[in-house]
Design a protein around this ligand. Structure first.
Ligand code: URA
Length: 237
């Protein structure tokens, strides 16, 4: 772990603003290795030093990873003037640099990953990485074996390039069909536009997996959970 200013560490951990952290330090509420710290600019190594705020140990982690079971009706953004955002569902005292990895539409539910590990986020989102994402969808009308083939061949959804092959699995075919789709890209409105390309409309969409992460029944809509880096991708660097 590298050295970091004590006031920055406290605010990065989401314990309070930088100015609040400075106040705590000036008032003697912060200890480093058992000694009261009065210098806001003091550098600490949280990997080996014990930091306490008001007598309670502050556990510093450089990188954190969370999954949220995103509800419909909130936007994937840090702030929004009109809408609830996914951040409203995350812990109050979460790190300030925590951001969602990719986005789900306002009306899409399901698994959304958050991290402050920019390198991993980039790896997950890079078009070269081909990270699998599985979606469950309800689609108006009968989804057919021709649709399955069309998804596998790649579709013209109005972008420069056709989509890469995607696996479409029909769970129920009827007036409203139920399907699962595995894609290894992350284009804007990709699933909805893929169904549009075969003349169909998605009426419900939920992401059920992302890389190695799978949404299980224990994580209810609107709940989050911490995960480990190694649970996300096999070849995390
Ligand atoms: N595809 C979509 O159409 N919407 C999402 O939110 C995610 C994938």
């Amino acid at each position: 772990m590298s050295l970091i200013r004590i006031d920055r560490l406290l605010s990065d951990m989401g314990l309070g603003s930088r100015s609040q952290a400075k106040e705590w330090i000036k008032k003697g509420q912060v200890q480093v290795d058992g000694c009261v710290c009065r210098k806001t600019e003091q550098k600490v190594d949280a990997g080996i030093q014990e930091i306490k705020l008001n007598g309670r140990i502050v556990c510093y982690e450089e990188y954190v990873y969370y999954i949220l079971h995103k509800p419909a009706g909130c936007v994937t953004a840090i702030k929004d003037k009109k809408n609830k955002t996914v951040m409203d569902y995350m812990p109050k005292e979460c790190r300030k640099d925590l951001t969602p990895v990719g986005r789900l539409d306002k009306d899409t539910e399901g698994l959304l990953l958050f991290t402050n590990d920019g390198k991993l986020a980039h790896q997950l989102l890079s078009p070269k990485s081909h990270v699998d994402k599985t979606y469950f969808a309800k689609v108006k009308g009968k989804v057919t074996s021709e649709d399955v083939e069309a998804f596998m061949e790649g579709l013209d959804i109005g972008d420069d390039k056709r989509t890469l092959p995607a696996r479409l699995m029909v769970r129920k075919s009827g007036q409203v069909s139920e399907v699962e789709v595995i894609v290894c890209e992350g284009r804007f409105h990709q699933i909805k536009r893929m169904f549009q390309a075969v003349g169909k409309e998605v009426i419900y969409l939920k992401r059920i997996s992302f890389g190695k992460l799978v949404l299980d029944n224990t994580l209810k809509v609107g709940q989050y959970r911490k995960v480990k880096k190694e649970d996300i991708l096999d070849d995390c660097k």
